[in-house]
Design a protein around this ligand. Structure first.
Ligand code: SAH
Length: 344
């Protein structure tokens, strides 16, 4: 089997070149080409013909297949359906903001976390994505739009902390100056609350932004929505988040999806505010996006505003998230809805 060079670290690529009897600096050239989006060795104009042939014998640069692309008429958001080499599919969403271009990428094909309101986990976990498959979502979107992507959020399909090693490799590659040169502070990783990995993350990537999906003011409601809460109790999660902010000095974003009649009344807001007192954080309120087959209704807009005001009054900063790509099912939890999970 040929070695896929997309997704391996620069130092691993250098060792590989040494094993081929080539000089290290050649690896840097190839690495640069891969993250410029080159799909073949032939495109690498500063590489000798001899080396190209040698590489072709033992290595390849795998690419995702674009199976579908939808462009929002409202705001230009683009949703992609990508095919992996084994036939599984993933989705990514490209968004334009005033501050630059952003992409929401997937970290796994499917998800085993089983959150009740989310479309991504409905069929369980199929497999982890490699670092290269994560990075390629950015490369494909850049090629398609002709624009540079400056911000990356790992908030698509999958639980990134359930695929920590590949996530780490991915972050290092896109941050590398010869890779995509995306600053650590321009990367955000969202977790459903895998406590041990929150700790590792604060050691390994203290400058990368962390978002934690909370969705409830207490354990009882959280357990009803997120099975992961059975493993990692609410109060321990909040303590781990406090530790994180102390260690990194960085603000955590809590995601809180507002579900009518479940977690969205005045009392819930008060209880949440009490739990988060003194924690360096921001709460992102997201009226739940409806997923077909799931019986959850979003809170009304003025209810969402009241929830936000209650938090603000108690000193917790919060915003109600603006939805992009509403006409193309691009919103959180809706990815991979209208397509089969695997193509045969
Ligand atoms: N597994 C990670 C990242 C992927 S989910 C996590 O849980 O954070 C990205 C965000 O979308 C999470 O906050 C998730 O809870 C939220 N989400 C999932 N389904 C949703 C839905 N139907 N409506 C609104 N938000 C949803």
């Amino acid at each position: 089997m040929k070695k896929n060079l997309k997704g391996i670290s620069l130092s691993e690529l250098e060792s590989y070149f040494e094993s081929l009897g080539e000089q290290k600096y050649r690896a840097k050239q190839v690495f640069r080409w891969i993250y410029k989006g080159a799909g073949s060795f032939d495109e690498m104009s500063d590489i000798s013909a001899g080396l190209k042939e040698k590489l072709k014998e033992s290595a390849e640069i795998q690419e995702l297949k674009t199976l579908d692309r939808r462009i929002s008429k409202i705001d230009g958001t683009r949703k992609y359906l990508f095919g992996l080499s084994d036939g599984n599919t993933i989705e990514s969403v490209f968004m334009k903001y005033r501050f630059g271009n952003s992409i929401c990428i997937s970290s796994q094909a499917g998800c085993r976390m089983g959150c009740a309101f989310c479309a991504s986990g409905q069929n369980g976990l199929l497999r982890d994505l490699s670092a290269g498959e994560m990075a390629d979502q950015i490369l494909k979107a850049q090629k398609d739009t002709g624009e540079k992507i400056n911000h990356v959020v790992v908030m698509g399909v999958g639980e990134p902390f359930d695929n920590y090693e590949n996530l780490s490799g991915f972050i290092k590659i896109i941050n590398n100056e010869y890779g995509l040169s995306i600053g650590m502070r321009n990367i955000t990783v969202s977790t459903c609350g895998v406590i041990p990995k929150i700790k590792s993350f604060s050691d390994d990537f203290p400058q990368v932004n962390l978002a934690v999906s909370l969705h409830a003011p207490n354990d009882i409601i959280r357990k009803g929505l997120m099975p992961v809460a059975n493993k990692y109790p609410y109060d321990e999660l909040i303590s781990a988040c406090r530790e994180y902010t102390k260690k990194t000095g960085r603000r955590i974003t809590f995601e809180y999806t507002l579900i009518a009649g479940k977690n969205d009344d005045n009392q819930h807001a008060g209880e949440l505010a009490a739990k988060l007192q003194g924690l360096l954080c921001h709460v992102n309120l997201i009226p739940v996006n409806q997923v077909s087959g799931l019986a959850f209704a979003p809170s009304a807009r003025d209810n969402a505003d009241k929830f936000r005001e209650r938090l603000q009054k108690k000193g917790i900063t919060a915003t109600v998230r603006r939805e992009l790509g509403g006409d193309i099912d691009a919103a959180c939890g809706q990815l991979r809805l209208s397509r089969p999970v695997t193509i045969n």
